[in-house]
Design a protein around this ligand. Structure first.
Ligand code: ATP
Ligand code: MG
Length: 357
């Protein structure tokens, strides 16, 4: 079976790390005999916007909807196009129209990477953040009254649906079930947010009944963020609403060192639409064009993509290759953010060679 992959490199270092993501994919495909077919798209970047006045062509949905996955670099060039335009005009369109209701981020401290948390070593931090990606606090429902007066009132509603909560919980419980520790932590704030969050808790309790093997706990978001820093080793799978998940999915990878290594996935689990795989980092205009961006976030995203497409073994081989190159710690190979003197290409090539076995 051939997997069809739409490749959108985007802007800035997105265009530099993408070739290394593809190099890793090729190496894994060859070793594990996986049939991948790529198609490169030149939209979803700021140059396209400057030429066409929009980030995507009108028929982007039809052009992309039948692919098995989208492999994305990074988007944004704030000097030329404001971030809200580039982001809303591309990635956020994909998330919405392709109903990618799961945002998944592994938070894993890799060997040779220094965590900003004191005394943490590789192996201590290894969990996933599962964020609800479509509803919750990020609704556009609300309004302003008495604008411009001292009586100004602003209101923005949170919208949670039973279907919306249950589907993200199901994904998180399923994931926890596959993990050795089988532990799920729910982010809540039912002591302060008195209607939606107690409902979220209720749905967690209901879902937990279907997963007797998974141990479940919950923390209020305030103490949960503190515990990410103080006890990251406690966590295995952490699930949160759109806002709480957003916060946790930045904090989690931050606890594991350089932003250049973290991957992420926006998933439509049913496969009705393609899922999207991209590094956590953005286009990093400050280092773009220098060939020194760390490609690991992109390469690790490739691993998540292969796992999503059913090639668990190939995904694991890529992550193992990343770990092995990092553990070796050859300064000539590693990029400057890892205190090396190497380049995007030297690091990408070293990992691809290791994947090839
Ligand atoms: P966004 O707006 O999406 O957050 P950004 O371009 O403003 O994106 P990031 O790309 O997230 O910011 O990165 C912040 C900083 O971290 C960059 O300016 C860069 O110095 C560093 N950085 C990010 N990604 C990498 C990478 N892959 N390799 C090395 N350094 C990186
Ligand atoms: Mg930015």
């Amino acid at each position: 079976m051939t997997h069809r992959i739409a490749v959108i490199a985007g802007d800035g270092i997105g265009t530099e790390v993408m070739p290394e993501g593809l190099r890793a994919l090729e190496a894994a495909a060859k070793r594990f005999d996986i049939d991948l077919e790529y198609r490169h798209f030149e939209f979803g970047n700021c140059d396209y916007y400057l030429e066409h006045g929009q980030m995507l062509p009108d028929d982007w949905f039809d052009q992309l909807k039948d692919f098995d996955a989208l492999f994305y670099g990074a988007v944004g060039w704030p000097e030329k196009v404001p971030d809200h335009i580039s982001l809303w005009g591309s990635l956020l369109q994909f998330r919405r129209r392709f109903d990618q209701y799961i945002n998944l981020r592994p938070c894993r401290l890799m060997p040779g990477i220094k965590s900003p948390l004191a005394d943490r070593q590789s192996g201590d931090i290894d969990f996933y953040v599962v964020r609800e990606n479509t509803e919750g606090e990020y609704s556009s429902i609300g309004g302003k009254m008495f604008e411009g007066t001292e009586r100004e009132v602003v209101i923005q509603e949170t919208v949670m649906t039973r279907t919306g909560i249950d589907r993200v919980l199901k994904y998180a419980f399923d994931l926890a079930q596959t993990r050795p520790r089988k532990k799920l932590t729910s982010a809540t704030k039912s002591n302060g947010i008195s209607i939606t969050m107690p409902y979220w808790d209720e749905r967690v309790e209901e879902m937990a009944k279907k997963y007797p093997e998974v141990s479940v706990d919950k923390f209020h978001i305030d103490i949960l963020t503190a515990n990410f820093v103080m006890h990251p080793d406690w966590f295995d799978v952490v699930v949160g609403s759109n806002l709480f998940g957003d916060i946790l999915s930045d904090l989690g990878p931050a606890c594991t060192g350089t932003i250049g290594v973290a991957p992420s996935a926006n998933i439509n689990p049913e496969g009705t639409f393609p899922s999207l795989f991209e590094p956590v980092h953005g286009s990093a205009p400050d280092i773009a064009g220098k060939g020194i961006a760390n490609p690991i976030g992109q390469i690790w995203s490739a691993a998540m993509m292969l796992e999503h497409l059913g090639h668990q073994e190939a995904g694991t081989a890529i992550v193992d290759a990343i770990e092995s190159v990092l553990a070796e710690g050859d300064a000539q190979t590693l990029t400057p953010d890892l205190r090396g003197q190497g380049s995007t290409e030297s690091l990408g090539k070293a990992i691809a060679e290791r994947i090839a076995g």
